[in-house]
Ligand binder design. Sequence first.
Ligand code: GLY
Length: 370
Amino acid sequence: MVEVVHVPLEGRAYDVRIGPGLIERAGAEIAPLLVRPRVAVVTESHVARLHLDRLKAGLAEQGIEMVSLELPPGESTKAWPEFSRCVEWLLEQKIERRDIVIALGGGVIGDLVGFAAAVLRRGIRFVQVPTSLLAQVDSSVGGKTGINAPQGKNLIGAFHQPALVLADTDVLNTLTPRDFLSGYGEVAKYGMLGDAGFFEWLEVMGPKLLAGDQEARIEAVRRSVQMKADIVLRDETEQGDRALLNLGHTFCHALESATGYSDRLLHGEGVAIGCALAFELSFRLGLCSQEDPSRVRAHLREMGMKVDLSDIEGDLPSAEALLDLMGQDKKVIDGQLRFILARGIGDAFVTSDVPKDVVLKLLKDALAAR
Ligand code: GLY
């Protein structure tokens, strides 16, 4: 059973197809997009070991030839050196303007390959085959592509929508529980920011998702992608509503920076802690009831996720230093920090109107509880 979320952007509409076995059927899925039976696949070595042969076989079934490039795994790949290696390799492979490049991997590969496709010969089409939960529900959809700069994450890039997304839910069975839960941080975020009913559903179904319930996983990915597609349609280039997708991210980016973007804190773990802090901040500002941050925390805890700063191993900087790191967030406008706060679960909004002393006190209290 394949679920389809259509993203009807004018002139750049595409489908996100969600379900089991899509990698094995990639040839049939991708063939209608091709003008010649040849594709270039860019992946990373860990994902290649798990999924590249299946993709190759799936393409070969439709007579599609595949060349592939394996980059090293990890966030450090998302930078100029591997980016230029990827672009030059695509040129060496004589990938033409009307060809398709496939990004097989998690968020790092999807972002890097999407950006390579955006600039190669002034823009060619690409297909996302996301192999992490985080990539399936967030980074593969919506067209944000790019690489990191020494000055910060995702500071170099382009909006370039994929031509197709194949979210094969079988790949989720190959994730470690920690990686699955990291992606779940983004899933829960959708409920918290815009759909109280989805959050309620997750409160009931979350443990089943974690235990491997396939139907529940497909439904969670479908609802997440549908919410993201709806927001991207309203605001593709993040002039307004798209910033809602950054619920928890202002705190998360500061914590990721403080932990050196290492495996001390995975992105989705930082999002979960950031969401808990954003709801606590919303409560302290009188925007929502105390029950809301309590429910958020209780659900994340039940899922076995990181919720508090004390769940991050090792030292953290002072509250002042964390606030300073938050000031380097991309969402800062004219020196003003922007937060995504909530009037309740499923009712988030964007604001710059947050007194710094309240944020500082929140961070001090969170650090003191360590
Ligand atoms: N990950 C946030 C966005 O796509 O806007």
